[in-house]
Design a protein around this ligand. Structure first.
Ligand SMILES: Nc1ncnc2c1ncn2[C@@H]1O[C@H](COP(=O)(O)OP(=O)(O)O)[C@@H](O)[C@H]1O
Ligand SMILES: O=C(O)C1=C[C@@H](OP(=O)(O)O)[C@@H](O)[C@H](O)C1
Length: 318
């Protein structure tokens, strides 16, 4: 028997978990309030307990909640108490916590579901220059959180039945920007999702009004790295770079670098308006590696850490 946590993610970054429930296999799920982590604990007979670890775990105490759903599942009081006793002793053994409290009172449940509802108001929106990794990192982030992933460019393409490049080529950039605005407004009304916005989303105030319903994270990637990435995959899907006809990769790189530098200089103040900034240079410095060696997973972890810290500073739960 052991608690199992995703070893790739730091405590503050683990998934916030699912609502408390008992499933068809009669595995009982417990979830704690102010959860900053979760683990799984197996009872001797194969039942699975999903546990949330409270911030207070550092003070050697732990709070778990059981839910109305569990009550509805017709686990009788003696079974429930036996489960709780078993969980208590096994978890105390695991965590060396001296205090462990199970809360079942209505007030606690109301409070914790309000807290969960508050976090649900926050879609995670990745902003940044084209090629900064919003889609790549966003997908991993969504997977880690158990959220849905959306790419606003893709929604626009679906709505118009044309690719972004085709729209730009047909001189319909303004139509694209309007459709992007609608897509972002719609997405920001939803919950439990990670959105990769288009690189230019930050230029419209209306998008910021929408994005304030969520949490924005800027992936700050040096322009030379961006240029290398977009040239490597081909610039056909990035109409603003206009490098399609360049004969050599070197020529395409130089043109992309110049164009990206100028776009970055125009937009950097707007990217800085984001709730959190994830700088690849900083990650590289902290890990003593070069920027090109930073993996999307490392970036996703940093995004989660930064968002977690921001919410904590503001007294909100993740
Ligand atoms: N951390 C990374 N390291 C190396 N390549 C990356 C990294 N993040 C993204 N890429 C690559 O860079 C390209 C652009 O990434 P993408 O996620 O499409 O960026 P965006 O959505 O911001 O335009 C893709 O080919 C992707 O595989
Ligand atoms: O920077 C921009 O203005 C744009 C970035 C692109 O998205 P990505 O950042 O996903 O490449 C796409 O929305 C469009 O080509 C415009």
């Amino acid at each position: 028997m052991a608690t199992t946590c995703n070893p790739c993610l730091p405590v503050s970054a683990r998934a916030p978990g699912v609502p408390v429930s008992i499933n068809a296999r009669r595995e009982v799920r417990f979830k704690c309030r102010f959860s900053v982590g979760s683990g799984e604990l197996f009872a001797g007979d194969g039942r699975l307990f999903t546990l949330g670890i409270s911030r207070r775990v550092q003070q050697r105490s732990l709070k778990l909640e059981t839910s109305e759903q569990q009550r509805r599942s017709r686990v009788g009081p003696s079974t429930r108490n036996a489960l709780l006793d078993e969980t208590r002793s096994r978890f105390q053994e695991e965590t060396q916590c001296s205090e462990l409290a199970f809360c079942e009172d209505e007030e606690f449940l109301k409070e914790s579901s309000a807290a969960r509802a508050a976090t649900r108001r926050h879609p995670h929106l990745l902003v940044g220059m084209m090629g900064s990794g919003k889609s790549t990192v966003g997908r991993g982030l969504a997977e880690a959180l158990g959220y849905n992933f959306f790419d606003s460019d893709k929604l626009v393409e679906q709505a118009w039945g044309a690719s972004v490049s085709e729209m730009f080529r047909a001189d319909r950039e303004q139509d694209f920007r309007n459709a992007e605005e609608d897509a972002i407004e719609w997405l920001c009304r939803l919950t439990h999702l990670v959105v990769a916005t288009g690189g230019g989303a930050v230029i419209r105030h209306k998008n910021w009004d929408s994005m304030r319903h969520g949490i924005t994270a800027w992936l700050d990637v040096p322009v030379d790295v961006l240029a290398r990435r977009v040239v490597a995959v081909g610039c056909h899907s990035r109409p603003l770079l206009n490098t399609a006809n360049d004969a050599s990769e070197d020529a395409a790189y130089k043109k992309a670098l110049a164009r990206l530098t100028s776009i970055f200089n125009e937009r950097c103040d707007m990217y800085r308006k984001s709730d959190v900034v994830v700088s690849l240079k900083e990650i590289a410095g902290a890990r003593s590696i070069d920027v090109e060696s930073i993996t999307p997973t490392m970036i996703a972890i940093k995004v989660l850490e930064e968002i977690g810290e921001k919410l904590e500073r503001e007294g909100r739960v993740y």
